[in-house]
Ligand binder design. Structure first.
Ligand code: MBD
Ligand code: FE
Length: 250
């Protein structure tokens, strides 16, 4: 694989008639990505979707998409009414996500875990952007005996790659929009099943057709609905998990 990758790079150098000045500029840019700590961002934005698509091409159950660089382990397990921690003055429309977690055959999974995280109304993630408290807008919930879950939070805004770093500079020089559409991340897991890493995208968001991370899928777009007599929007979404891959036994 490493040899093949390098051979393709050497072919591209010849094809594009790359000069020494271009090589030195590319070398410095790669060094800058490392110094800015942007390798996780760069790889998850420009490479992970191809790995996800390939790794799960034949998997049963609901579609997944990329994990991205902003998951943190150790989010708190929430009890009713299942509200993600937030600031008292947190901006963003209030919303409840609810639905069922089943196996690939539609049988409910009791005690399945949903680990949920998302950006705030300015597109920033807690634990990564210094402007936010460390642990907000992240939490876990468990399904009940019918496989049902609920999570209450506020709607996130679209996310932009930081424009002042090397990844943002690449986007601007290449003329690529640096935005991801507004989305909520989830890892849905249950004993005996493959964990489902996925995202739900808000239908009302800008940038759905031009996600810089190439990770938006039609089946993952949700439409928050207003309900009479409530200021809480509702999103209903069901997750189906594939059976755990059978490991070889001797
Ligand atoms: C994100 O919010 C994200 O989900 C991914 C995959 C990459 C960059 C920012
Ligand atoms: Fe994200």
């Amino acid at each position: 694989m490493a040899k093949d990758l390098l051979a393709r790079l050497h072919a591209a150098i010849a094809e594009h008639d790359v000069t020494y000045d271009e090589f030195q500029a590319a070398k410095q840019w790669l060094i800058d990505v490392g110094e800015a700590g942007e390798w996780p961002l760069f790889l998850d934005v420009f490479v992970e979707f191809a790995v996800e698509r390939n790794a799960f091409r034949d998997r049963a159950g609901s579609p997944g998409t990329i994990l991205g660089p902003f998951h943190l382990p150790g989010a708190p397990l929430l009890s009713a009414p299942f509200e993600l921690p937030r600031r008292p003055d947190e901006r963003g429309d209030r919303v409840v996500f609810s639905g069922r977690v089943t196996d690939a055959a539609g049988e409910p999974l009791d005690g399945a875990e949903l680990d949920v995280w998302h950006a705030d109304a300015d597109g920033f993630y807690s634990g990564f952007a210094p402007s936010l408290p460390a642990d907000i807008l992240r939490g876990k919930v468990l399904t009940d005996a019918d496989g049902r879950y609920e999570v209450r939070t506020v709607l996130p805004a679209p996310y932009t790659i930081p424009l002042d770093g090397p990844t943002g500079r690449l986007c601007s020089v290449a003329g690529w929009s640096p935005w991801r559409p507004a989305h909520v991340h989830l890892i849905v897991s249950a004993e005996g099943h493959e964990p489902l890493v996925t995202q739900l995208f808000l239908a009302s968001s800008d940038h759905l057709a031009t996600d810089i991370a190439s990770a938006t899928k039609e089946e993952l777009i949700v439409h928050p609905e207003a309900q009479a007599g409530s200021d809480e929007l509702v999103v209903t979404y069901d997750f189906a998990l594939a059976p755990a891959a059978v490991s070889a036994t001797v």
